[in-house]
Design a protein around this ligand. Structure first.
Ligand SMILES: [Zn+2]
Length: 224
């Protein structure tokens, strides 16, 4: 692995993308840059982009491209990302954002895009089995329930299924993701930057597969 490696991870909700991104960041000693985390941090810090983003979020609207791009650019200018590289999670979501991203980076832009592939019926099952405590937010699942299925082990609060975790709502979100991401995947494939990794199985196994895929591809890049 060459220093300053710039990775991007894609995957539908429930594919384990966030977990794997954190583990890869630790393995390669690069920052994990999650736009979800960044949004929350920018809003907290009251930066210019944070204030702009908040206006849209408070109004219940999608944050527009130029604001998201501005936030990412701000983050990528920091020293850790400039010198060590990064693993980006949650951005870009569109080809327009991907083009803007390449413009922010020295050549060749993003070096490798990991597409964590998990079949829809598996993530659907995973997401539909999630349960959460309404009081303290502790997560459970049907496979890993609290002692009393409706009562939180931590605080005694009520444990429920989130309203947006019903099968039809999840299916809608997954369809939207496929629709939105298909052009992005095609775009990176054309640039020969995409590698698809099987995301089914124990997180340790999936992590090994990802590391093997990254090392193989980036070593090839160095020897070429
Ligand atoms: Zn609780």
């Amino acid at each position: 692995m060459v220093p300053g490696t710039r990775l991007l991870i894609l995957g539908k909700q429930g594919a384990g993308k966030g977990t794997q991104a954190v583990r890869l960041a630790r393995h390669y000693a690069i920052p994990h840059i999650s736009t979800g985390d960044m949004f929350r941090a920018a809003v907290r810090s009251g930066s210019e982009f944070g204030r702009k983003a908040r206006k849209f979020m408070d109004a219940g609207e999608l944050v527009p491209d130029d604001v998201v791009i501005g936030l990412v650019q701000e983050r990528l200018r920091e020293n850790d990302a400039r010198y060590r590289g990064f693993i980006l999670d949650g951005f870009p979501r569109t080809v327009l954002q991907a083009e803007a991203l390449d413009d922010m980076l020295p050549d060749p832009g993003i070096e490798l895009v990991l597409d964590l592939e998990v079949p829809t019926d598996i993530v659907l099952r995973r997401l539909a089995s999630r349960r959460v405590c309404v009081e303290c937010g502790t997560n459970y699942s049907l496979e890993n329930p609290p002692t009393d299925p409706e009562t939180c082990d931590v605080c005694g609060g009520k444990v429920v299924q989130r309203e947006d975790d019903t099968v039809s709502a999840i299916r809608r979100r997954l369809e939207l993701y496929e629709e939105q991401t298909a052009p992005l995947i095609a775009w990176y494939m054309k640039k020969d930057k995409l590698v698809t990794v099987d995301g089914v199985g124990h997180p340790d196994k999936v992590n090994e597969r990802l590391i093997r895929a990254i090392d193989r591809r980036l070593r090839r890049g160095v020897e070429a």
